[in-house]
Design a protein around this ligand. Structure first.
Ligand SMILES: [Zn+2]
Length: 258
């Protein structure tokens, strides 16, 4: 199977998974698989995801997987991701058993290479999933956007230990300790982003099952900060929810847009 065929097949599989989730009324959670149970350790951990079910095959056989080490990027000229995020919105805070996720209403989007993607949700990983020059940061936030055609654009924001992060505060106050749906809280989306918009770009995948290779990744190079107390509050619930880095293979990692 050549690369294009492989991508088409994997994409079809992903559509099926997302389609099912939407039918179940879970459109905001559409990227969470309803398939076999998976985790970040042991027999259902990342090394085994690809064999837990046929719907997760891409986790094992995909060649454009995420996350990756953001190192040795090729400097490039491109238009940075054009954010059309609402200044102030709100979002429902959910503990889905794998992370804290905030589902946001329609109205925030990003335009990338001529395609518009609507923001569905954002969530967090501890430690960061992407590495920068081989090093993990304390956390990483993922802002998941979807186009009308079903492709995804995910914006990754690295979070290092430092000053308290005011944008996180209302979410952290609301996050359920067990798997459940929490309250709706005010969300200041733009306050999550670094001032310097230099960004890595590459073609990759969901970092959790079904690992669908349908993601246009934008990872900001400059981290934002969160306090040690904020990081520990999340780590108490999710000590480790980061997939190990995957090989770049024949992909290009670009850096530009700053
Ligand atoms: Zn993520």
């Amino acid at each position: 199977m050549n690369t294009i065929d492989r991508r088409t097949v994997l994409r079809s599989t992903a559509f099926a998974a997302i389609g099912c989730a939407c039918c179940g009324g879970l459109s905001r959670s559409a990227l969470a698989s309803d398939g076999a149970a998976w985790s970040f350790e042991g027999q259902t951990g990342p090394a085994h995801w690809g064999s837990l079910g046929t719907e997760y095959a891409a986790c094992g056989t995909g060649v454009e997987q995420s996350p990756i080490d953001l190192a040795s990027a090729i400097p490039a000229e491109f238009q940075p991701a054009a954010l059309r995020w609402q200044d102030d919105t709100d979002g429902q805070v959910i503990n889905n058993g794998h992370t804290i996720q905030v589902n946001v209403p329609n109205g925030s989007a990003v335009k990338l290479d001529g395609t518009t993607y609507e923001l569905l949700q954002f969530h967090f990983h501890h430690p960061s999933e992407h590495l920068i020059d081989g090093k993990a940061l304390a956390m990483e936030a993922h802002f998941v956007h979807r186009s009308a055609a079903g492709g995804l654009a995910v914006l990754g924001v690295m979070i290092g230990e430092g000053a308290e992060n005011a944008a996180l505060a209302p979410i952290w106050s609301a996050m359920p300790k067990e798997k459940s749906e929490g309250p709706v809280v005010p969300v200041a989306l733009k306050a999550f982003l670094p001032a310097d918009r230099a960004q890595f770009r590459y073609a990759g995948s969901l970092t959790t099952p079904p690992c669908s290779e349908i993601v246009n990744w934008v990872a900001y190079k400059t981290p934002v900060e969160a306090s040690r107390a904020q990081i520990e509050a999340f780590a108490t619930l999710f000590p480790m929810n980061a997939r190990p880095v995957q090989p770049l293979n024949r992909r290009f990692l670009l850096l530009g847009g700053g």
